[in-house]
Design a binder for this molecule. Sequence first.
Ligand SMILES: [Zn+2]
Length: 346
Amino acid sequence: MSDNHLYESVAALPKIDLHRHLEGSIRVETLIEVARLYQIDLPESDVETLRPHVQIVKGDPRTWREFLGKFRVLRRFFQSPEVIKHITREVVIDAADDNVKYLELRFTPHALSRHIDCTYYDVVSWVCETVRAVEATHDIQVGLILSMNRHEELQIGEEILRTALEFHDCGIAGLDLAGQEPGYPAEPFRKVFLKAKEANLGVTIHAGEWAGPENVRRAVEHLGADRIGHGVRSADDPDLIEFLIERGVLLEICPTSNIQSGVVSEMSRHPLVELFKHNVRTTINTDDPAISNITLTDEIVHVVENTTLTVEDIKQQILTAAAGAFLPEDERAALVNRFETLLASS
Ligand SMILES: [Zn+2]
């Protein structure tokens, strides 16, 4: 298959992204507009010179510090309700334009409310309202996940949970624990996530990315994770692989992000292949399309070009993603049916 042909066939595939951060998906061009409008003191004032401050570029150190550093710059742009709505709208449209038919978009209300005099409730209502409006005009369904950071106070997490429960019937599908994995165990957030699970919210935990496989097991055993953000280090532990299969835990793998943050040395060695071949439930996602300068189509093409996975394997992973969506059971079954039909004809 020629490169162009592969790209076009993947672009045409109906796709699912379960792991994408709103803050990591802002168009660089939009940053310039927002900076002018709100007089944000930017390191640079045109797209190409701004790019290295918000995007991973050639020569950047491949470390979690560098990767999270881009987030810190990006979060400065959320300066008003209008900006939050504008960015959310563009992010969902970009996904729809890439033929993502089902997207679970996560965001951190604490970070987004930092520069605006507002509550978490306000931020979530602006994002929800915008997403519903885009759904009405584009062929995309969006679930929302609220994130909290493991390196921040537990109190923030408790408030995020309260907000998620208030919005449970109108768009918030799950909770996520993100942030600095090294040095910050997930256990202090145990109660928050167990309560979320009791209330039928989906639970996903970033683990086994910048720290070892033991964090993946702990996220499942102690926090009730249904899904793991990344979890690529699971491949280092054969017992954990068995455990993940037994429990049916789904891994939200983001290959380019792993390479850019130094978790994996190169695509041809990505543990995704081994995990998939062992029948662990694996999916391919973008994490931060803007920071990584990729689309989901790019991500899948990179995987197919550089590993032994085929487009047929990718289709199987898309169905795995549908079956792992944070939706009520009947809606999840409908999503799986829809994708079986769509993929059979593509
Ligand atoms: Zn992530």
